[in-house]
Design a protein around this ligand. Sequence first.
Ligand SMILES: [Zn+2]
Length: 183
Amino acid sequence: MPSSIKFTEDIEVRERRVRRAKHLRLSIDASGRVLLTRPFWVSKKAALNFLEEKRTWLEDRWRELSLRPESNFRRGGRAEYLRDKEATRVLVTERLNYFNQFYNYKINRIAIRDQRTRWGSCSKNGGLNFNYRLLHLPPELSDYVILHELCHLGELNHSPAFWDLMKKVMPDYLKRRQVLRKG
Ligand SMILES: [Zn+2]
């Protein structure tokens, strides 16, 4: 069994000892699992120094990956899914009601789903769909997603008219969009 090091509040580094490896190696997979490969001849202290040197890289990379809609960083079992789904529903409903004061659209249906590739979508009949992991995004980014889908009730496309709708309530929408897209 590999040992593990609690590196930050969110990041846990598992360590694997390898006889033949030549170098220390740090990797992170799509689920946010961080693995440090340590050859037998490298001391624990040297490994910790190496980790410290990589701190910025690791934290940046972890953050980027966690912003992907398909990120399964915090996925657990069914209980976690249902809990997150409910919490996302509460968040989405509250923020939609807040933003909709400025538009007064008719909101037909809100669905919270396990969608792999997107944070949100809007169907032709005006149904708004959201990724159940939305609650794990920083609030300024979940707000971006929620407002984006709401504005599709006004413009079901990404025309300049659509972005004008967003800009009305979120002047810095472009900046938030870029952060989300980088992920
Ligand atoms: Zn859109």
